[in-house]
Each structure stands twice: as C-alpha cells, then as structure tokens.
Design a protein. Structure first.
Lengths: 473, 267
C-alpha cells in the first residue's frame, strides 16, 4: 500500500505516530520522481502482515528537507545515504558525514586526556570484508566507535536500473553474497506482486529449503567466528566442519554452495537434485552432531564468560530502532517476516515463535541463533516431507512477466529482514532499492560498547553476524 | 575442556587428500560455461543471438567461432539451459585458473599461448624463491562476501591449507601471496595498492573469483574498476562466482609452484 503526503513534516509526524503505535520503521530512501527532476522520499513501515510505503515529493530544486532522524533515530544512516546520493541536506541531522562516498577524517567524538583513536581497517587481520572501525579509546575501554563503510561501495543499486528481471535476480543474489537466497526471494516477491503471480506449492517448498539451509550455514559461521575469537581450536574446527557439510548439501541440491540460480521470478529453476527422502536422511546426519556440538559449546564456561554481558543492546533501544533478526530477538524485539508477514510455504509449515529473550548481549544473540538453527531443521524436515507427497508433479516455474508497476518484497535473511522496493516498466527494472538487514542493524554497533574493552571487539562484531557487502551496496 | 578433546576425535580425519589424491567433490564441481558445439547447433527461434544470452557479455561470436570468456562467467547457467548444444558446464573445481587473463577465453585465441608462456616464465622465477611455504594476505576490494567464506573454508578442517604450508598472515610485510576478491571498488583502490606495495619481493597476486577478474555483473558500475587488474598486477586469474575452495586451493598451489596450471605436480 502506497500513500502520499503533501508535505515532509506531515509525513514525518504520521510516521512517528505509526511507529509509536507499534509499526516498525523499515527504511527511507530517495529517488527521482517519475516526472521532472523533483525528488521523492519513500519511507517503508512494516505493519502487521504488510509493508507500507509512505511518500512525499519535494518541490523541484529543493536543496534540503527537514530531517527525520531527530524524530526517528533509526533513519540516521538512511539520511546520510540520501545526502550522498542526491546532495539533499536533511536539516537538523545530527552528523551528516558521508557514508557511501569517501569522507574526510571524522572529528573525535570523545575528548579527554590520553584518548586516542585506533584505526582498524579497511584491510584487517584475517579474512574479512573491508570496513574501517575507528575505535576511540583511553587504552582499554571503548567509549565510542565510528564506522566507515564506504570502502566497498560497489554501486549495486544503480546497476539494477535497466536490467531485465532475470538479470536483476542474478544481481540480487550478489548484493549480499552470504544471504543470496534471501535477497533473491525478496526481489522475486516484489516482482511476483507486480505480476500478481503465485508460485506453485512445490516451488514455495523448495524456496523454504534453500532459505533455511542458508540460515543454518550463516549461524554456523557466526559460531565459527565466536569460537575462534575465544581461542577454542576444536570448537572452531567442529563448527567449520558442520558449515562445510551444510554448504555441500546445498551444492548437491542445486550446484551452487550458496543456493544461487535457484530462486527466479515465478518459482524456482528446478527441483532439488536430491529426492526428499535423501534430503531427510542428510538432514538427520547434520542436525544431531550440530545440536551436540552446540550444547557442548554452550556448556564451555570459558567461552560463555566472554559472551555474557558483552555488547548489550537494551530492549528499549532494540524496539525503538526496530532491530532486525537475531540482534532484535536477543533484546526482546522479535519481528520475524516468516511469522509476521509469511511468504512462500512458511504459513503452512507451522513455524513457532522463538523463546523470548531480554538480555540483548552476545550470549543471547548466540542463543537465538541456536534456537533458529533448531527451528530451521524442523522447517526443513516438514518441507521435505511435504515435497515428497504429491508435489513433485507441480511445475517448478510458472510464467511471471510483470507489466509496469511497483511493489515491495521481503524475506527473512539469516541477518534479519531483507526488503526490496522494485519499480518495473515493460519488463525492465526502472529502479530497485535493496535494503539488507546488515544495513539497518550495523548502525547499532555504535551503541553496544558500554563497559566493553578492546578484546571484546571480535566477539561483538561476530555476534552481530552482518555482511559489509549488504551495507555498502 | 576434555569434552572438546573427545569431540575433536569424533569424526576421525575429515581432511581431503587433494591434491595427492583426487577428491570426488572436486571432480563433481560445476565450473564456468564452456563451448561444446558450433554456433548453429540446435538453434531455435529463440536466442539465435548467442551474445545476447549472457548477462555479463562473456559470449562472443567471431567468424563463426563461439567463445566464452570464463573470466566473465558468473555461472548463472542461462546459456547452458537455453542452448545446450553450444554450451555446457565445465567439470571440476580446479579448472579455470589462468596465468594470463586471455587464457580464460575459450577456445583459445591465437595470441594467448605467447602471453601464457611469458606469464609462466615471470611466475616461475618468483615461485622458486617462495620454496613452497607461503604466508598469504587477503584484501577484499568490493566482494559480495561469498568469496571470503570460501577462503575461510580453506582454514577449516576439510581443506586445511596448513598441511600444505600455506598460512594466513595479518601483515602485508609478512605476505608472499596476495588474494584479492571483489569487483575493484574505487574506495578500496588505495588500500589495495598500499597493501601490495607493503609486501616484500617476490610476491604473487591472485584474483579470486569472476568479480575480481572482470567485475562480473558490476563491471560497468560507476563505483568499480571492473576487476582488480586495474589496481594491482595479477599473476593468477581464478574464475567462479564464487570459486569453490578447491579452486582457490589450486590457485594457491600454482602460486607456490606445487602445481602447474595444467594440474600436474611439479617436482
């Protein structure tokens, strides 16, 4: 549902009221209006069962607009991106430094005797994505952290323009490579909404299979990084082994270790290369050792000591920001698209809401991930069972040739909700705005260092489990 | 802690024996597209313009010869699905590593051989000095994040590069080999170049993945250089979107002179 407002402040007030009433602020971006050079601001609001778009077109030639950030803090990075892309000044924005474009050195946030800044990145130790953390510290504590994410800005968003749908989904898969399936799903959901087409039940189940295996692989990756940070060599190796086995299962199903080339507008390209019975057997072989090793890890006190109380996000902040995925769930704010706005086969697979958490620390985030791994295996088994019945005869792909139009699509990635706002004209993409959970959540890392010291840094970063590719786009 | 000792023994040795022994997973791997037939093979009404088939422009047709630039192939499989008589998947993860960029264009162009010979001579000089044990530095120059996962997989128990004398190092000062991923984001040009300049001689640069080789889908983006070759001199080009861990391992072993690009053990 799209609604337009005549003036910016009126829209912001309405947005603020809706967020106060329980809706979730899900994004803000700018685009050129369909006619002329005026700029349209579009805000996304996640409601019960849908994502609404609220729009206002600025007067032509406007150099700025009243900022949203003072009213809704979660717009902080979104408005910096708008400033980068359009040169529009959000008046009243607290810190309008460039985010996606190279910026000047940031002034230090904290002043005082003996304070210095540790620049960490963009080339960091180990095999990591490029990002620069500027750690302001008196030596051990971290009173403030700055992030510069522009280094790997790849121009993904503008690259979508002009692509056909079949090329667009390939780019969506590469927008955030470790959540390829979720991005492809969100993109296809938008396209399918424009076309008004419904995928076959078999295709919907295959999509769930790939999305949940992707979730398990990502959560295991977080476990690898946390165990590695704690110096637990065997636990690191065990978790890496499980992750490799999950990725090999994915590649047996579709030929790609990241589930690429499966999800396309209108369904999936093919049924899995494994029969549902074989798949169930493989799932059994995976789930028990993973559960056993997870239990052992969660009983290793030297490991838990590093996570407990580390990088806490308060439930109030999580709610206010609309924190997505495991980060939100660990702080008591659970807005899982699979439950709140179900898509594909999720509504029929009986997904239960997870346990409530409130600690918001790295330990709670890992607990949420293990619970999600557990529920993912449940979903996978039921999806495999459903697929084995009469579904094999379903067409994996139905025609999906959308006319012109615009729609928002979403999917729950391992990191949280992925949102795609796609505008199409005669089968080609006019504009596509992807918003990853990584982008929405990473800004929260500014706020979780209360009382934590430098050696907690790798734990906090790993426990967020985000991808810089999805942030810098 | 004893619980972890026992857990570590649970599955026995899970490490691959490759390259000493073949690995079934490596052999079954689906690599970039290759050309298997003439341009008019199985032609239909649709897709008679083969060059239009590829989202990254990897397919060229000149004088009736169809060529695929595997360095541009993102393994979407569209050409294999639409024109199975002309294109097929290549098999094996350890296929598409090349010493010269044009070597990834198949079938081979006439001038490729000379370029490969020259590149081989340049590389051989350096690999001799590396003496088969290297420290590796990785730089992400605008990847989608998947290549990092596949490099990290090499450190896990299944691939375990340590057994082959390959170690990841934090400092470029200690590095012999530079692994570069990503399409060449402008923001990473200076950090990448600085890292390269900080490495001692001799040094070997490997471009990991189709994005690093050619930019992939982001080749024409205003925010990338369309591959990392514009910023650092690449010695080994590895296609794949992303390449499998076996592919990356293969490229590393070529860099240290353990394997030749043809897959032979060099003794």
């Amino acid at each position: 549902m799209t609604m337009t407002q005549p003036d910016v402040l009126g829209l912001w007030k309405e947005l603020e009221a809706r967020v106060a009433a329980g809706d979730r602020f899900a994004g803000l971006f700018a685009s050129f209006a369909t006619q002329g050079h005026a700029v349209t601001l579009s805000a996304h609001v996640a409601t019960a069962g849908d994502v609404d778009t609220m729009e206002v077109t600025l007067p032509p030639g406007a150099a700025g607009y009243p900022a949203l950030t003072p009213l809704i803090g979660a717009a902080f990075w979104y408005e910096r991106v708008i400033h980068d892309q359009f040169g529009l000044v959000p008046e009243g924005h607290p810190r309008l430094a460039p985010l996606l474009r190279p910026g000047y050195p940031l002034p230090r946030h904290v002043e005082g005797y003996g304070l210095f800044t540790i620049p960490h990145g963009p080339v960091r130790s180990g095999v990591m994505e490029s990002i620069e953390y500027l750690v302001e510290t008196p030596g051990e504590a971290i009173p403030h952290l700055n992030m510069r994410v522009f280094y790997k800005h790849r121009g993904v968003e503008s690259r979508f323009t002009g692509l056909t749908l079949s090329d667009g989904v390939l780019l969506a898969e590469r927008t955030e490579g470790i959540a390829s399936v979720a991005h492809a799903l969100a993109f296809c959901h938008a396209a399918e909404r424009v076309a008004g087409c419904e995928v076959s039940p078999a295709a919907a189940l295959v999509r769930v299979l790939h999305a949940e295996l992707e979730r398990i692989a990502n959560h295991l990756d977080v476990a690898v990084r946390l165990a590695d940070a704690a110096g637990l060599a065997v636990a690191t190796a065990r978790m890496a082994l499980h992750k490799e086995r999950v990725m090999r299962l994915v590649s047996r199903m579709c030929g790609s270790r990241f589930g690429r080339g499966v999800v396309v507008p209108g369904g999936v390209t093919a049924l899995p290369g494994l029969s549902p019975a074989e798949l169930s057997a493989e799932l059994d072989k995976l789930s028990r050792p993973i559960a056993a090793d997870a239990a052992a890890l969660m009983a290793t006190s030297s490991f838990l000591d590093r996570l407990r109380g580390t990088g806490p996000l308060t439930p109030a902040r999580a709610r206010q920001h609309g924190a997505l995925g495991p980060i939100g769930k660990a702080a008591g704010f659970a807005d899982d698209d699979r439950l709140a706005r179900p898509y594909d086969a999720y509504s029929s697979l009986g997904l239960e809401p997870g346990r409530a958490h409130a600690a918001g620390d790295a330990l709670a985030r890992l607990r949420v991930r293990w619970e999600e791994v557990d529920s993912s295996f449940g979903l996978l088994r039921r999806a495999a069972d459903d697929l084995s019945a009469e579904r094999a005869a379903d067409p994996p792909l139905v025609p999906c040739e959308p006319p012109s139009g615009r729609a928002v699509g979403w999917a729950e990635a391992p990191q949280g909700e992925v949102l795609y706002d796609v505008s199409l004209q005669e089968g080609r993409i006019v504009r596509c705005h992807p918003r990853s959970a990584s982008f929405h959540n990473l800004v929260l890392m500014h706020e979780v260092f209360a009382g934590d010291i430098l050696t907690d840094f790798p734990f906090i970063e790993a426990s967020f489990g985000l991808s810089v590719a999805g942030v810098a786009l | 802690m004893s619980v972890w000792v026992l857990r570590g023994l649970r599955d026995g040795v899970v490490t691959t024996r490759w390259p000493a022994k073949p690995d079934a997973y490596d052999d079954a791997w689906r690599g970039p597209a290759q050309v298997t037939g003439p341009a008019d093979q199985g032609s239909t009404d649709r897709h008679n313009d083969l060059t239009d088939l590829c989202p990254t422009g990897a397919i060229t047709v000149a004088d009736g010869t169809v060529r695929v630039d595997q360095g541009r192939c993102i393994l979407c499989g569209r050409c294999v699905t639409e024109r199975p008589g002309v294109f097929a998947w290549s098999q094996g993860a350890t296929g598409p590593a090349a010493l010269a960029r044009e070597q990834l264009i198949i079938p081979e162009l006439p001038e490729t051989d000379a370029a490969v010979q020259a590149a081989r001579a340049r590389l051989a000089e350096r690999t001799r000095a590396l003496r088969r044990s290297v420290h590796v530095r990785h730089v992400d120059a605008g990847s989608d994040g998947s290549e990092e996962w596949e490099i990290q997989a090499l450190l896990g128990p299944v691939y375990d590069v340590h057994r082959l004398g390959v170690f990841i190092t934090a400092s470029p000062r200690h590095a012999d080999v530079l692994l570069v991923t990503g399409a060449g984001a402008h923001g990473m040009s200076v950090p990448l170049r600085t890292t390269y300049d900080g490495m001692p001689h001799p040094r070997v640069v490997i471009a990991i993945g189709t994005d690093a080789v050619s930019g992939g889908l982001l080749a024409d983006s205003e925010a990338t250089t369309g591959g990392v070759g514009a910023t650092v001199p690449v010695d080994i080009w590895l296609a794949g979107s992303p390449p499998s861990p076996f592919g990356i391992l293969n490229a590393l072993l070529i860099a240290v002179g353990y394997l030749t690009p043809e897959g032979r053990r060099s003794r």
